[in-house]
Ligand binder design. Structure first.
Ligand code: 6GU
Length: 287
């Protein structure tokens, strides 16, 4: 293992080759299901399922609301892979462990990564149940040196200093907006900036106010590390946040952020999110 606690290219390759030996499905799209959004994986047909504990090198998932399964299958005939349950900083994993599945996606042949998450709304125009197309991110842990690419760089994955000004594919954002409007989701479809924090405590009122003034529209505890890792190794990235609760911004408010509300909002919007993501996936073109 590498000095940063990460995995070598050979480690990733061994896991990818093991998976490829277990299934004939060759996914072009990799989907990561956020908290309460695991239903996305259930849409796949002809499923080949692996529990994380049975996959060589794979970390285990510890959070309620995250299943811990890797699902291969097809979505309207398109070969896909779905992570049902992701890994988070607050579980105590190093960032290189959190992002290992993204590199495995790459070595499986995935071209486009679709990331989903549950997030708190900072933008005052957002309501619970809104779906935000992520157009950009603020990597707060990165400001303190916590970036998944810290450590020796293996050029077989990508360059030492990858560009992030085009992290979220603009064509896919437009496609998502088009699809969302066609499906009649215009009233709750937004686009904005996602800010990641380490968690697991939710933000204070002062922190929410600060993040909002910095330009963040939503706050969460995932996705950004995966997006960085995916862009580093040349995959296209599309990401969505389900606004599961309003971040508390004033001292008069009686609201309190909690995981139950996050999961409930996920359930309430599950059907529309599944429709949105599956329709987007079937319209992604791979040259
Ligand atoms: Cl309010 N904050 C964070 N950091 N993550 C969340 C959230 C809030 N709501 C859902 N996930």
């Amino acid at each position: 293992s590498e000095p940063n606690g990460g995995y070598s290219y050979e480690d990733c390759k061994a896991t990818a080759d093991w998976l490829l030996s277990q299934t004939d499905i060759r996914p072009l799209v990799g989907i990561v299901c956020g908290s309460g959004l695991g239903g996305l994986a259930n849409m796949l047909k002809d499923q080949v399922v692996f529990n994380y504990k049975d996959i060589p090198n794979f970390p285990q998932s510890t959070v309620h609301g995250h299943a811990g399964r890797l699902v291969f299958g097809t979505l309207k005939g398109r070969p896909c892979i779905c992570m049902q349950g992701r890994f988070h900083i607050y579980e105590g994993y190093p960032l290189q462990k959190i992002t290992l599945p993204i590199r495995i996606f790459k070595l499986l042949g995935v071209k486009t990564v679709v990331l989903t998450n549950a997030a708190g709304g900072l933008n005052q125009d957002y309501k619970v149940g809104d779906v935000m197309i992520i157009k950009d991110h603020i990597n707060m842990p990165g400001f303190a040196g916590n970036n998944p690419l810290v450590g020796p760089n293996d050029e077989r994955f990508g360059v030492r200093f990858p560009c992030m000004s085009d992290a979220y594919d603009r064509e896919l954002q437009q496609l998502a907006m088009d699809v969302g409007l066609e499906l009649g989701y215009g009233d709750f479809l937004k686009e904005g900036v996602y800010c990641v924090l380490g968690g697991p405590s939710f933000e204070t009122i002062a922190e929410c106010r600060m993040l909002h003034r910095m330009g963040a529209d939503a706050v969460g505890m995932s996705t950004v590390h995966e997006a960085i890792t995916a862009r580093h190794c040349g995959m296209r990235v599309f990401a969505l946040s389900l606004i599961t609760n309003q971040a508390v911004m004033d001292y008069e408010s009686k609201e309190k952020a909690n995981h139950e509300e996050v999961l409930q909002t996920g359930k309430d919007r599950a059907m529309q999110l599944e429709q949105l993501v599956s329709t987007i996936v079937t319209r992604i073109e791979h040259s």
